[in-house]
Write a protein that binds this ligand. Structure first.
Ligand code: TPP
Ligand code: MG
Length: 290
């Protein structure tokens, strides 16, 4: 039986099944806790579950607490060897409503791999902004209008937040590079204690792209340095994905409907310049340019 197989109802081009399959390829059989969100909706319909591993759907905010409970129970029962405990949770579940439970899980030192599926908004409920929505993005709660050019605030730095909790392994990945996701999931499990993996996961409806553009657009996020792929072990930066001929951020923004207004809005130029500044800063901070 596949660990995550057919039978799910994701949109063609959705990044979530790619992310989940790639993680499970690295972890092997495991215990999964999944926060409410798109992944749960597409994979756990009654009679059509796509999961070939023990799976618990938690509520929106408490997947880290549920996973902590599973891990504590396995320890108490002497069943730790039956497999690792893995959380899958959206960016809203992780960076906003579930951040308290996640902080507690990190703090108590549970042996859990927490995977944030970052599609950069509350996509299950129709593209509302989350703490991980990037600046300039048009969402239903940050609509681009006469005054504001989409979201104004920056993307929350969850990598730094995880590092500040002394999570043992902290990394980012992208659905454009599935083998890298698998390697990172496997590597994460070599560390006992809390681990955080954040995967940039394209959403065709929320971002306003066709299915066939999904992977090229996801790749551009990495190639512009807007989504740097980095890896920390016990607080030390150990690896980054280098970029050859870094592309300007416009190349990533242009194909997506959520950023379309930036090319017409009076404040659009300013936002694009700010996004380019963020990309340049990422490239400098992590030494991304080859
Ligand atoms: C306490 C609570 N508030 C709101 C909701 C409605 N709700 C369900 S899923 C969701 C958005 C999920 O966003 P995210 O975590 O980013 O996952 P995605 O669907 O984008 O993968 C919301 C707002 C809920 N289920 N529970
Ligand atoms: Mg989301």
């Amino acid at each position: 039986m596949k660990l995550f197989g057919s039978g799910h109802g994701a949109c063609p081009g959705c990044g979530l099944p790619i992310a989940v399959k790639s993680v499970l390829e690295g972890t092997g059989p495991c215990f999964v806790a999944n926060a409410t969100g798109c992944l749960e909706i597409i994979s756990s319909q009654y009679g059509k579950s796509a999961w070939g591993v023990p799976y618990i759907h938690s509520v929106f905010e408490n997947s880290a607490a549920v996973a902590a409970g599973i891990e504590a129970a396995l320890k108490a029962l002497g069943r730790k060897d039956e497999g690792p405990v893995v959380v899958f949770a959206g960016d809203g579940a992780t960076a906003d409503i579930g951040i308290g439970c996640l902080s507690g899980m990190f703090d108590r030192g549970h042996d859990v791999l927490y995977v944030c599926l970052d599609n950069e908004a509350y996509q299950n409920t129709g593209n509302q902004q989350s703490g991980l929505t990037p600046p300039g993005s048009n969402t239903t709660t940050t609509p681009a209008g006469k005054v504001l050019p989409g979201k104004v605030k920056p993307k929350k730095d969850m990598v730094s937040i995880a590092l500040a909790h002394k999570a043992r392994y902290v990394a980012t990945a992208s659905v454009a590079f599935p083998r890298d996701i698998t390697r990172k999931a496997k590597r994460a499990l070599e560390f006992e204690g809390p681990k955080y993996l954040q995967i940039h996961s394209v959403c065709v409806t929320g971002w306003g792209i066709a299915g066939k553009q999904a992977i090229p657009v996801a790749r551009l996020a990495v190639e512009t340095a807007l989504y740097p792929l980095v890896e920390y072990e016990d607080g030390q930066l150990v690896r980054v994905r280098k970029i050859k001929d870094r592309k300007p951020v416009e190349e990533y923004l242009k194909p997506q409907r959520r950023f379309r207004h930036l090319f017409k809005h009076p404040k659009g130029k300013e936002v694009i310049a700010e996004l380019q500044r963020i990309a340049d800063e990422n490239a400098k901070k992590y030494g991304l340019d080859e």
